[in-house]
Ligand binder design. Structure first.
Ligand code: SF4
Length: 966
């Protein structure tokens, strides 16, 4: 018999890595740190991470047998921005105080007997998180920079030491520079529950701005914002089972929606036709019945060409168009502006629009409080005479103008732009028109194009013309989001009141009553959008794209006029106009302290290399709270270790696609000295309060000039000590007790079960715009409140609005949807660089994870067409230099016949430290902004946190590629 051994787990794993045992212990050997690409500094002091964990094995057979034993199983998921697929319930197995594996729980019920269920949910990233959380990239102790920023030299400090210094410097900035001197980046990882309350309540108590990053990352759906007045709406994944035509267009769900992709296949088995529209034969195209190739950046032309077919062949759903859209609204032919009440009488309302009613034979005001036609028959065609205060004018419905515009996109003409045959365009348009329920499986790709606004508009127009919106199995998709009602009420509830009372006074649930007089006639959905706009205007939310443009050194770098032949003026001229008129907002001063609490700006921001040169030197202090050594962490002054996703209690928000709230639970204690985000925020404010009292610096002026007590910030934050770093679960119980959209479940119950299905969209800005009921036994179809209940859309005209008579839109010829060629951004080079979220990571989180790197050759890759590689003498696997006018970088080439000639692809998420000279492909993006996205002003174009301000473009940036001689 072998002698009984008492080994630490690390020692055991080291042993397991050797010789023949490695094979036998294959499962456990996965835990041997292998991520060579992780920065060395992350591993500093990492060795004792697992020390002290005693594993009692007698021999190798014991190790094998005992791998299926555990001390406890907790529920968990990943607090990561996996977005549309977001939220999968896992069983998390704990032994000897460490998580040693996870397994999909697969206990989701089917919505009803007709549709497939959501099981099993998960992806390969989640399946290896138990290994990721212990690998060398994991941060374990607070670190303070010594030497130059980014130099890689660190000193281990205590939390007390770090917090005291950060708090003292925060007090100095708050009192000398004001709250604008501190800015928070929530990134994509910032979530729901305690995590979000921690950040946004800190921001509220200190009056410090938080970056709104949606536009900067390209998730702002500019075409949806312009057309629908909102961007958050999506149907549940199982609703696809009622579709007979599914168009995967502006997305690659087989890469990016791994837990949901089975619904596509299941719908196909039921008889739905799957069409993928993309330049390359991507992973989703492989599973489609039809792949429609389209040249990079020409999707608007394709959409408008199909719309042309539908209009010319009279295949449109006229009743739907007349009821739901602005296409019957009358436009003056002299000014090309909408006919408004203010044209007809002195003092008339400029926001009342008109139609010609064929039933009564006269023009009349279009209803604004309902979409119900109630016997009115709005004309879509014709010209009519109207008497205005300044004489008689001719008016015509928007539809007539649209028909004229669409004539530019006859299929043969569009074929030369798109590379898609006229026959395919006609055929697909007819299929869409004849489908019982056609739906888009759309993600956020178009928002990353310079003319992405027009791509989305054309896409939405196409399904709208056929009435495929807001009915089961059909629809358009924006940004998918669903969360617990009432979480956001904690952000700004008064610190002197118990939360429920505070919420009653100030919370979103009561907002419609508060603003009733000011916004008479607005639906609750509109009022919540109005509130978001007010918060944006107040400066609580700051457009990250404009912020980095102004303060990050990107302003001189990203000229739009240089590339866009439509522009007579520079982007900055348009922006100056918008700023002067209060239509866009950007802080005048650069902050002195910047907190990255969920974000990674030095990977994420296009032109991040410019931030290193121009933004970081302006900062007194850059603090990163993260569980891994990201590129931003590497350049920070303090790096604070965050608890992992199996080491804290909280809830996640979901995408509507999978309409479940998920619990993450504290399966095990936070590794080493890591702390949850909630705990960090509590301790940060506690230290400010203590230091303010000790230093007798008792007040600061908020952005409105009012005095606030510094020696009470922790009391305010914690609701007078009610919810502190010590009782996050009580806070979660409170959150669930006020959430009216989760079927009355409690934190305790969801912690046991792992998930719960939402029962309603609630009364938050970010959820209500789904505009639909969530009924037991029914799949969820977005926007039925508009189509079924006739609730107006939250736009200026209260309809799906395809005509925008704003000055900027008119100046740029974009009052109606249009195709514009993708400009030669980056310079006159032959290849168009595109991207997409990767299959092997969520942003940078797993991008240096050893097992996942093995699946993609272990190095940053550029995908290239066979013909393009051959023309340049490049062979598969070789290193290449990629360059344009603004930068260059080095990648390994992967040659693929699936890539369209003229296109090259670099998928998302690579960290700069994985590249030679730390230069990632994001140094190639000048990222010009399109001024049409900065128009603001016009009611529903105003910035509202997640939409309404300009995005940064990267798709289709021009580059050249050459082999690097060895
Ligand atoms: Fe699911 Fe996201 Fe976790 Fe993958 S990373 S298993 S998609 S929650």
């Amino acid at each position: 018999m072998l002698e009984r051994a008492r080994l630490t787990r690390r020692e055991l794993l080291r042993a397991a890595g050797a010789g023949a045992l490695a094979l036998t212990f294959r499962n456990l050997a996965f835990r041997i740190p292998m991520a060579k690409a992780a920065p060395a500094e992350a591993a500093a002091d990492s060795a004792p991470a697992l020390a002290g964990v005693l594993v009692d094995y007698r021999n190798w057979e014991d190790v094998y047998r005992k791998q299926w034993t555990w001390d406890r199983v907790a529920k968990g998921t990943h607090f990561v921005n996996c977005f549309y697929q977001r939220g999968c319930c896992w069983n998390v197995y704990v032994k000897d105080g460490i998580v040693f594996r996870e397994e999909q729980s697969a206990t989701y019920p089917a919505t009803n007997a007709e549709v497939p269920d959501f099981n099993p949910r998960g992806c390969q990233k989640g399946a290896c998180y138990s290994q990721r959380m212990y690998d060398p990239a994991r941060l374990r102790y607070p670190l303070k920079r010594v030497g130059e920023r980014g130099g890689g030299s660190w000193k281990r400090v205590s939390w007390e030491e770090a917090l005291r210094d950060i708090a003292d410097r925060s007090i100095d900035v708050l009192t000398k520079d004001g709250p604008e001197g501190i800015t928070w980046d929530p990134g994509g990882a910032n979530q729901h529950g305690c995590d979000a309350i921690g950040l946004y309540r800190t921001s509220f108590v200190l009056d410090t701005p938080v970056l709104a990053i949606n536009q900067e990352v390209g998730d702002h759906h500019p075409g949806a914002a312009v057309t629908c007045g909102k961007i958050i709406f999506a149907s549940s994944g199982d609703d696809m089972f009622y579709s007979d035509l599914i168009l995967i267009w502006s997305g690659n769900p087989v890469y990016t929606q791994i837990p949901n992709a089975h619904f596509i296949t299941e719908a196909r088995y039921k008889g739905a036709k799957i069409v993928t529209i993309a330049p390359d034969f991507n992973a989703s195209a492989i599973h489609a019945d039809l792949w429609v190739p389209v040249n990079v950046g020409t999707d608007a032309a394709l959409g408008l060409a199909m719309a042309n077919v539908i209009v010319e062949e009279n295949l449109l759903n006229r009743r739907f168009v007349a009821e739901q859209t602005d296409l019957p609204l009358l436009v003056r032919t002299d000014t090309r502006r909408f006919l408004r009440d203010s044209d007809l009488s002195a003092g008339g309302d400029p926001e009342v629009f008109h139609i010609f009613d064929r039933a009564s034979g006269r023009t009349q005001a279009a209803a604004s409080r309902t979409l119900a036609l109630d016997g009115v028959e709005p004309a879509l065609e014709g010209q009519y005479k109207v008497k205005t205060t300044k004489g008689e004018v001719t008016v015509t419905p928007v539809f007539e103008l649209l028909r004229q515009r669409l004539k530019d996109y006859a299929p043969e003409a569009a074929a030369t732009i798109t590379g898609t045959s006229a026959e395919t365009i006609r055929d697909l348009a007819r299929q869409i028109a004849r489908a019982k329920a056609a739906t888009y499986l759309t993600q956020s790709s178009f928002g990353r194009f310079y003319h992405g606004l027009e791509m989305e508009r054309a896409q939405i127009l196409l399904l709208t013309l056929c009435g495929h919106i807001g009915k089961k199995g059909s629809g358009i998709t924006g940004f998918a989001y669903l969360g617990l009602a009432g979480v956001d009420a904690f952000y700004q509830a008064s610190g002197n009141l118990p939360p429920k009372l505070g919420i009653a006074k100030l919370g979103a649930a009561n907002a419609p009553t508060m603003l009733k007089d000011k916004f008479a006639g607005h639906s609750a959905e509109m009022i919540l959008c109005d509130l978001a706009r007010a918060e944006h205007a107040r400066g609580g939310l700051v457009s990250a794209s404009l912020f980095f443009r102004k303060h990050g050194g990107l302003d001189s770098y990203a000229s739009a006029k240089k590339y866009d032949p439509w522009l007579k003026r520079e982007f900055d001229d348009y922006l100056a106009d918008a700023l002067a008129k209060g239509r866009q907002f950007v802080p005048k001063k650069c902050p002195r302290i910047f907190f990255a609490v969920g974000g990674n700006i030095l990977r994420r921001v296009r032109g991040y290399d410019k931030l290193i040169k121009s933004f970081l030197p302006k900062l007194d202090l850059l603090v990163t709270l993260d569980w891994r050594m990201s590129n931003t962490a590497r350049h920070s002054d303090y790096v604070l270790p965050a608890a992992g996703w199996y080491e804290r209690d909280d809830i996640t928000w979901s995408g509507m696609v999978a309409p479940f709230a998920h619990a993450i639970t504290r399966a095990t204690d936070p590794l080493a000295e890591s702390k949850s985000d909630w705990e960090f925020h509590c301790l940060y404010l506690k230290t400010i309060q203590q230091r303010a009292a000790e230093r007798k610096v008792l007040e600061f002026a908020d952005r409105g000039g009012a005095k606030r007590r510094l020696d009470q910030v922790y009391d305010n934050f914690t609701f007078s000590g009610r919810y502190t770093e010590n009782n996050p679960e009580e806070l979660l119980e409170e959150v669930f007790s006020i959430a009216g959209n989760i079927g009355g479940t409690t934190w305790k119950a969801i912690k046991e079960k792992g998930f719960e299905r939402y029962t309603g969209v609630g009364m938050s800005y970010a959820t209500r715009t789904n505009a639909t009921d969530i009924e037991p036994g029914e799949t969820i179809t977005a926007n039925t409140w508009h189509t079924r209940d006739k609730m107006p859309w939250p736009t200026l005209t209260r309809r799906l609005q395809f005509y925008i008579d704003d000055d900027v839109f008119m100046e740029l010829g974009e009052e109606l949807p249009i195709h514009k060629d993708n400009p030669p951004i980056g310079g006159n080079y032959p290849l168009s660089l595109t991207g997409g979220h990767t299959r092997w990571s969520i942003h940078g989180m797993w991008q240096d994870e050893a097992h996942l790197m093995r699946l993609q050759r272990g190095a940053p890759l550029i995908f290239m067409a066979t013909e393009d590689a051959a023309a340049r003498g490049i062979r598969d696997g070789e290193s290449v230099r990629v360059w344009n006018d603004v930068g260059s970088c080095q990648l390994q080439v992967r040659i693929s016949p699936a890539v369209r000639p003229g296109q090259v692809i670099v998928y998302h998420g690579w960290e700069p430290f994985e590249f030679k000279d730390q230069k990632s492909h994001r140094v190639l993006f000048p990222g010009p902004m399109n001024p049409v996205q900065a128009a603001g002003g016009y009611y529903h174009l105003q910035p509202a946190g997640i939409m309404g301000d300009p995005g940064v473009s990267d798709r289709g940036t021009r580059v050249e590629v050459e082999r690097i001689a060895v």
